[in-house]
Design a protein around this ligand. Structure first.
Ligand SMILES: Cc1ncc(COP(=O)(O)O)c(C=O)c1O
Length: 390
């Protein structure tokens, strides 16, 4: 149960591109002037001490002092967050890594890190009086939104590619959401959402088209710091689709620098994608693929995002952190799943397996040393993907 959580100082909404501000007391989407994501900012001038963390709360709401809910009775929690950071014992020995860990987001309600973003977004939706939410999804976000909407008593509509493992579809139905299946990838689902919004008053919870999922995801950054005793790793490898996790972790690091909670160099952030759908890797390598290449689906469904709405923010994280973006093949992802399940006993998601295979490439290419401190993000459980894997 909750100890009495201490809430954040007042928050503000600011456009990530043009700095135009928006009233956080109203339902907001993205910047209407320049069509870019809005960011939540806090007045941190008075400082916030680590004592304000709700350390008896064993979920992400222990960081409520840095989250934008105004009244704690609006918090919709299913126990998300505070996921373990596990040593990669056997594979470290096999490949010679000295400091390698995996943060396992598969422990979250509905089996992925999406639970954090949706716990936050649906809490805020409840606070703002929203009664109807919609989301385009590659799978995990749809299940998470359906669950939190069920808990909040809010109607949910989920738009998902037909080519998604059945379990992702079934859970939406069980949670009481309306499920719409679409031929194509998540961008096609986004177009379907736009059509529905033209006919119905429904709150669009698409990645970065509302400002609060990012705030939930940023708790991964706070947790990484706290769990590693406020000493951040040298590298964080993150499986990137829409990029909210990556951007959120980086936002948390910036806030903690401002608060004086951490100091020194920040980790270099590594974006990992599937070579079937690698728009960020292509942009990083300055390949202009517009019109030349069609991206397709992946066994790592969450990575099949051809046009990330937050692309500029992802590129900014890569720039600011001295990061790298790279892609792995479908065969490598499958090989990674088999290696991690067999040697570490973790039912890793294909997205998580992708980052492990990317690390092996980066060490082979001497871009990461075996002695460095490395954190891999496994963003979900592999149990929901067995249909893709077997
Ligand atoms: C398991 C998993 N990993 C990674 C991603 C990509 O997430 P992000 O939007 O944070 O890049 C998704 C998105 O659907 C996902 O489900």
């Amino acid at each position: 149960m909750f100890e009495k959580v201490k809430l954040a100082p007042e928050s503000f909404l600011v456009c990530s591109q043009c700095n135009k501000s928006y009233d956080a007391a109203d339902v907001q989407s993205y910047c209407l002037a320049c069509q870019k994501p809005l960011l939540v900012k806090y007045d941190l001038t008075g400082g916030i001490s680590k004592d304000r963390l709700a350390t008896k709360t064993s979920n992400m709401w222990r960081y409520a002092a840095l989250l934008p809910v105004r009244d704690s009775s609006h918090i919709v929690s299913l126990g998300e967050g505070l996921t373990p950071v596990l040593p990669f014992r056997n594979l470290s020995r096999k490949y010679g890594y000295e400091h390698l860990w995996l943060k396992d987001e598969g422990h979250n309600p509905t089996g992925s890190f999406k639970a954090r973003g949706l716990s936050m977004a649906i809490s805020k939706a409840l606070e703002l009086g929203v009664s109807d939410c919609i989301v385009p999804t590659a799978g995990n976000a749809g299940g998470a939104m359906s669950a939190y909407c069920a808990a909040a008593g809010i109607n949910a509509t989920v738009v998902m590619p037909k080519k998604t493992p059945q379990i992702f579809k079934d859970e939406c139905g069980l949670f009481g959401a309306e499920l719409i299946l679409v031929d194509g990838l998540i961008d096609q689902c986004g177009r379907e959402v736009a059509k529905i919004k033209a006919t119905r008053n429904v709150y669009d919870v698409s990645t970065l088209k509302e400002p609060y999922r990012l705030e939930g995801k940023k708790t991964m950054g706070y947790e990484i710091a706290e769990q590693m005793d406020w000493q951040l790793p040298d590298f964080i490898l993150y499986p990137t689709g829409g990029g909210t996790g990556l951007i959120g972790i980086w936002k948390a690091f910036q806030e903690m620098l401002d608060l004086g909670w951490i100091e020194g160099n920040l980790p270099r952030m590594i974006v990992v994608q599937s070579d079937r759908c690698s728009p960020i890797v292509d942009a990083f390598n300055q390949k202009n693929m517009a019109g030349k290449r069609s991206y397709s689906t992946s066994i790592a469904n969450g990575l099949a995002v051809p046009n990330a709405f937050g692309k500029d923010l992802i590129m900014k994280v890569l720039r600011e952190s001295g990061g790298i973006a790279l892609a792995v093949s479908e065969n490598e992802i499958l090989q990674g799943v088999k290696e991690i399940t067999r040697h570490e006993g973790i039912m890793i998601s294909p997205e998580g397996a992708a980052v492990w295979m990317a690390l092996r490439k980066l060490t082979n290419d001497k871009l990461i040393g075996h002695h460095q401190k490395i954190l891999l993000l496994n963003t979900g459980t592999g149990y929901k993907y067995l249909e893709n894997l077997l």
